[in-house]
Design a protein around this ligand. Structure first.
Ligand code: ZN
Ligand code: ZN
Length: 372
């Protein structure tokens, strides 16, 4: 293992970690934790890049005063294997790896049968769910043997020509790939509306472009006009609609033409966006609902029935999806560089979260800087 450095008055073998407290929501605290002990089947990773996900944002600035430890956060991370247990044969020190964002699964349910590990009802995600292992907002992350024994693809090797920070974005890239390429039925020559300008929306734009969509319309809000609309256009959006000021239905129908509006990828999570999606599409259309929202549906169901509209829920991706998106990254077919707008040391984590909150950032990458 790499020699551990003593830093700024802290004990040797301690490290900083950004942890989350409280249930179901709760704030963040930077804490001192020991470097994990490596058991015979475990793999220890030194984090090289960890990115903020939308799922992390919902706990920011909602400190409820709870002292209930939830987890070390950060489920999108990549790094180097720095130590392996005596019984580990699949991994060696020096391997460049990325977590597939799964964590512990049962290996026995219908989702696990299909390689859809993220849909396992018994999943305990590293860096996201309540657990004692922990994620990537720290220096070292342990991937325990009890995870790897059941789900070998909890870790993947990173191709040599893919950077750590690019690999750390494979989670949203794979989500977008599944939504657009595997669920929506989008075909070359089709048009598509994408709601939302966050990572899921903008990676969806890129996948739609790869498939060969002609009109790719992104719907956002006022705050998106400052930075995100320009990036959306750079990545393949043909048009951007400002839902705060423009009539979304009218504009999308004008741009695409009512008869061609057969696919919507809804990444915003806003209920109004789902209603607008249903109202804008042509018969036999498919709407994939990627965004999460907590409001009830509250919409007359007849339009969905009468127009034969297919609304698909979306969650995660399979190992096959991940294999494909990794190949796309290695082939430089997905632009991650333009999506990574901010890089911070973990000590400045609040700046990263603030940049996400005010929408000046799309993807924020942290690196561990407490030893610098
Ligand atoms: Zn994520
Ligand atoms: Zn399972």
């Amino acid at each position: 293992m790499k020699k551990l450095v003593q830093y700024k008055g802290k004990k040797v073998n301690d490290m900083k970690a950004l942890a989350r407290y409280g249930k179901p929501f709760g704030g963040y605290k930077m804490i001192d934790v020991p470097v994990p002990e490596v058991g015979p089947e475990d793999v220890l990773i030194e984090i090289k890049a960890a990115t903020i996900c939308g799922a992390d944002m919902k706990h920011y600035k909602v400190d409820n005063g709870s002292k209930d430890f939830n987890s070390i956060r950060g489920h999108e991370f990549a790094g180097d294997v720095v130590k392996v247990g005596s019984k580990v044969t699949d991994w060696k020190v020096g391997d460049r790896v990325v977590s597939d964002n799964t964590g512990h699964v049962c290996g026995l349910c219908p989702a696990c049968d299909e390689g859809d590990f993220l849909l396992c009802p018994h999943k305990i995600n590293l860096g996201l769910d309540n657990n004692h292992w922990g994620g990537g907002f720290t220096k070292y992350c342990l991937v325990p043997g009890e995870i790897l024994r059941i789900h070998k693809h909890a870790l993947w090797r990173i191709p040599d020509n893919v950077k750590y920070e690019e690999a750390s974005c494979l989670d949203p890239i794979s989500n977008a790939y599944k939504a657009v390429a595997e669920q929506s039925g989008l075909k070359p020559g089709d048009d598509v509306v994408v709601f939302g300008t966050g990572p899921l929306g903008l990676f969806s734009v890129q996948i739609a472009k790869l498939i060969g969509a002609l009109k790719i319309v992104v719907v956002g809000l006022d705050a998106d006009t400052k930075y995100r609309f320009d990036i959306a256009k750079k990545l393949g959006a043909t048009d951007c609609v400002n839902g705060s000021k423009e009539d979304v239905l009218k504009r999308c129908k004008e741009i695409i033409g009512e008869e061609n509006l057969g696919t919507v990828i809804e990444c915003s999570g806003a209920m109004v966006a789902l209603h607008q999606s249903i109202e804008m599409v042509c018969p036999n259309a498919t709407i994939v609902r990627v965004g999460m929202g907590y409001k009830s549906f509250n919409y007359p169901i007849n339009r969905i029935t009468e127009w034969n509209i297919d609304i698909k829920g979306h969650q995660a991706y399979s190992s096959s999806t991940w294999r494909r998106t990794t190949k796309l990254l290695a082939a430089h077919k997905v632009d991650v560089e333009s999506m990574i707008t901010h890089r911070y040391g973990l000590s400045e984590w609040q700046k990263g979260f603030d940049a996400m909150a005010d929408k000046s950032a799309i993807k924020v990458v942290f690196h561990y800087d407490f030893d610098d």
